[in-house]
Design a protein around this ligand. Structure first.
Ligand SMILES: Cc1cc2nc3c(=O)[nH]c(=O)nc-3n(C[C@H](O)[C@H](O)[C@H](O)COP(=O)(O)OP(=O)(O)OC[C@H]3O[C@@H](n4cnc5c(N)ncnc54)[C@H](O)[C@@H]3O)c2cc1C
Ligand SMILES: NC(=O)c1ccc[n+]([C@@H]2O[C@H](COP(=O)([O-])OP(=O)(O)OC[C@H]3O[C@@H](n4cnc5c(N)ncnc54)[C@H](O)[C@@H]3O)[C@@H](O)[C@H]2O)c1
Length: 488
């Protein structure tokens, strides 16, 4: 850092090639790539290095879900089922979660940022005109950072609080309490049937809560309809009260330590010990100085394929991860971070960009091949387009559907394996536009589909990619054979 003289305690300035706002997984990835390109980097973080993902989202939720699903998996195998004789040890489950979030201590991840050669600044960052960022530290001191080449916004998102009378006063759980609680509420009402809703319902019901899941429409609506149906059925089998088409119109918790009551739009009432919001995300862009560069505070940031923000003059402002609203997923944001980091390196060196589709500096997969797994029981995993999305986009398609019990490997994996697979075929190019798997253990199957979709592998060639006998992956053989039969 080229620190200038400090006129008052804690005040100073520095000039870097790149300034990164937010040290979540996405901010860390762009930092690594910018450093690899030989650029100097300042990283600004106001809370914990590692972001929402490491401490209140992906990591703790999966640490908590795994024991629940491992027990279910054992129960699906004769011989193993008989060995599951007790209840889940919630104390051990919480201890496991605490290990994976390093007790909410970010020392290790902060060291990781520093060891990449970047400088880490603790405090709230705000853009202050083109290529400038001010950092306000907890003690009120300010610092000004100037970026020679780029400012990268990777400030993530926070839970959306719906406009329901009484909801804020009822102190609802969000993903934060849903992943950091060490107490199992006796009754939990979850609002929202997207990814957070279904995973949290699986998790807290599995740990002993009586969960009611209220969804405006079908569950996990961005996936194929059968995914939501299978997940809803299994949640109900596990004891979750799944109610679709029902929303609260008012919430009240008269006694701060007492139960919460939800008035529902079907005329009913629901009492619970906690209510959790799983109603989507709001970008952390309302207080980052967007107005100083002609952009709208609080908006999602619209970006090009290299993650440059549209509407900001000059090629210096990038937005990655949740804030650009392309795909609110850690792996996709990290891909954006790697791609944009390389693009910044190329632009800084005056090298030509390789930003044509699927080029080194293009985030093409954001449009065509986003993979996602919901760690429910059964898991729901999908990549690319659903049949509806493909048809809406004007593709001439056909779908191939199969239950997993066609594959002996699936039955050996779980007695009476229940699951379903669909591939969406582009009839004009004979490639896959999308694949969805629902069933136990399918999360580890998804990458094969991602390779096929992103690689645009012709189905004529894909049939030569042989799945081992007897694995769950054998479903590929049956899907491709069914496609070929229908084609011949
Ligand atoms: C319950 C839950 C489970 C999820 N599970 C998965 C999953 O299994 N897999 C998956 O891929 N995705 C999952 N997601 C989504 C995933 O958490 C996000 O897509 C991911 O965290 C986005 O990363 P990010 O770096 O953009 O933002 P974040 O992880 O939110 O990090 C942003 C960072 O920026 C900091 N920051 C914000 N504003 C400022 C500022 N002005 N100055 C300085 N610092 C600032 C924040 O403190 C934070 O550390 C889940 C989400 C939730 C809610
Ligand atoms: N395993 C994973 O990959 C994973 C897990 C969890 C979350 N995530 C990601 O995190 C992001 C946030 O997840 P999310 O589930 O909060 O958002 P979401 O947008 O996926 O789902 C929110 C749901 O809440 C509903 N909703 C909104 N307002 C409501 C209201 N007032 N009453 C009732 N329902 C209402 C919406 O209709 C929607 O179905 C998503 O992009 C998701 O993909 C990923």
């Amino acid at each position: 850092m080229t620190e200038t003289s400090e006129s008052r305690r804690g005040q100073g300035s520095g000039t870097y090639d790149v300034v990164v706002l937010g040290a979540g997984p996405v901010g860390q990835n762009i930092t690594d790539r910018a450093r690899a390109a030989g650029l100097t980097v300042a990283v600004v973080e106001r809370e914990l290095v590692g972001g929402e993902c490491s401490y209140w989202a992906c990591v703790p939720s999966k640490a908590l879900l795994r024991p629940v699903i491992a027990v279910s998996d054992a129960r699906r195998v004769d011989g193993a089922r008989q060995a599951v004789t007790g209840a889940i040890d919630t104390g051990q489950v919480f201890a496991r979660r605490n290990r994976y979030v390093t007790d909410w201590d970010d020392t290790g991840q902060a060291e990781g940022v520093k060891s990449s050669g970047a400088d880490l600044f603790r405090g709230h960052g705000r853009i202050d005109g083109p290529r400038r960022v001010t950092v306000t530290r907890d003690d009120g001191a300010h610092l000004t950072l100037t970026a020679r080449h780029a400012v990268a916004v990777a400030t993530g998102s926070r839970p959306t609080v719906p406009d329901i009378p009484g909801i804020r006063e009822a102190r609802p759980w969000t993903n934060r309490q849903g992943t950091d609680s060490g107490v199992v509420p006796a009754r939990l009402a979850i609002l929202g049937g997207g990814g957070v809703g279904v995973e949290m319902a699986t998790l807290w019901q599995g740990l002993g809560s009586r969960v009611t899941l209220l969804a405006r429409r079908r569950l996990i609506p961005r996936m194929e309809p059968f995914a939501g149906e299978l997940v809803a059925g299994s949640l109900s089998d596990a004891g979750v009260d799944v109610r679709t088409g029902v929303v609260p119109t008012a919430v009240r918790r008269p006694d701060p330590g007492g139960p919460v009551t939800l008035t529902l739009d079907d005329g009913g009432e629901l009492e619970a010990d906690e209510v959790m919001l799983a109603t989507g995300r709001t970008p952390n862009t309302d207080d980052i100085g967007l107005d100083t560069v002609g952009l709208t505070p609080g908006a999602w940031l619209d970006v090009d394929t290299t993650c440059l923000v549209h509407g900001a003059e000059g090629e210096w402002l990038y937005a990655l991860g949740d804030v650009n609203h392309r795909a609110l997923l850690t792996h996709q944001g990290k891909y954006q971070g790697r791609t944009a980091g390389d693009a910044i390196g190329a632009r800084a060196a005056g090298r030509p960009l390789d930003d044509a589709p699927w080029g080194d500096h293009a985030t093409t997969a954001d449009q065509h091949a986003v993979p996602q797994v919901f760690f429910t029981d059964p898991e729901a995993a999908a990549v690319g387009l659903t049949a509806q999305q493909a048809a809406d986009a004007g593709h001439r398609i056909k779908t191939v559907d199969l239950d997993f019990d066609a594959a002996q490997g699936a039955n050996l994996y779980a007695d009476g394996y229940q699951g379903h697979a669909r591939m969406v075929v582009d009839l004009d190019r004979d490639v896959l536009l999308g694949v969805t798997f629902v069933g136990p253990g399918v999360s580890e199957l998804l990458h094969s589909a991602t390779v096929a979709v992103a690689g645009e592998v012709p189905l004529k060639r894909l049939r030569h990619a042989i799945a081992c006998f007897p694995t769950v992956s054998e479903i590929w053989l049956f899907l491709l054979a069914a496609h070929q039969r229908e084609r011949d």
